[in-house]
Design a protein around this ligand. Sequence first.
Ligand SMILES: [Ca+2]
Ligand SMILES: [Ca+2]
Length: 372
Amino acid sequence: MLLRNTICLVVLACAGCHSGGQPPESLAAAAFPGREMSCCPVPGSTADMVFVAGGTFMMGTDEPESYDHERPAHPVEVDGFWMDCTEVTNRQFKAFADATGYKTVAERKPDWEELKQQLPPGTPEPAPELMQPGSMVFFMPAGEVPMEQIGHWWRWVPGACWKSPEGPGSGLEGRWDHPVVHIAWEDAQAYASWAGKRLPTEAEWEFAARGGLAGKRYAWGNDFTDNGRYMANTWQGKFPGINLRSDGHNGTAPVRSFAANNFGLYDMIGNVWEWTGDWYDAAAYRKSGVAHLVKNPRGPEQCYHPGNNYARERVTKGGSFLCADNYCINYRPSARRGTAYDSGASHIGFRCVKDRTDSTRVVASRKVTDQP
Ligand SMILES: [Ca+2]
Ligand SMILES: [Ca+2]
């Protein structure tokens, strides 16, 4: 798991590394003409959102080719809600930052008092020169590297943040319609609050990602591609040293570059991981009571990560452009991960939801009818 505190203690030696490849120019308009997004988010608005009618579904999976913490499948019911059609983009996040002056976690000097709460007692404080604002940046290694050591492809880069995704000297030119990255949980919460929205629960997110398809492995069916057409931005080739880019994208892709699911939601799978509001509990699905229908679950009361009593992780969903079939098979609706609440990275973003109000019900039913 990526931890901002681990970075400070272990990975900081890699500061000053070179930038990775630049993602391609925007392809969204070419891929889906007529699906232009609003220029800027309007707080309180449901523009660029779709209404996801609630329902009952099987959350998680019983598939053997899944990770333990996704099993077993269990019945869950969620009420209807509005959801952003896309991951929050750099353009949208800039509007928020400009309007509020908000500084993300990656832009702030790390606070040792906070960091040590996620570390065993007695862990020494890093040298002051190491405690600089920054974030975790992915770099593709040259050739084979030991898969047990993420430091071969993740590096803590001082100065890396949402507007400098690879660190000082990098920017957002050509990436305004890409998902914003290097977003920690509280950054996502702050944006959502400003926009009059909130983060989805894990159950809401998974219900939405499935697009009404029951028991399917992917958000679009059981086959990874649709007659050879890629359905999400993931990693093809042997991670982390070989990226074949068969889906057309080396890094993040402009939102809407791939087909929407049945609910009109783009990039629920792949592109960037998405924060949910829930604490992460690796054993949540195996606890008593989940076999019975649970309505609108909001996750556990606290985090549980086996082997790490100090973890403070929230659930992220959907996988990212770094998920490959040899390493991280997380490009599936049931896939889940615990991510340290104070840690952004090159592949972590978010989208928001909004509760239904009485005044939106008529619009909502029309929206649902309009779904492809
Ligand atoms: Ca890709
Ligand atoms: Ca995504």
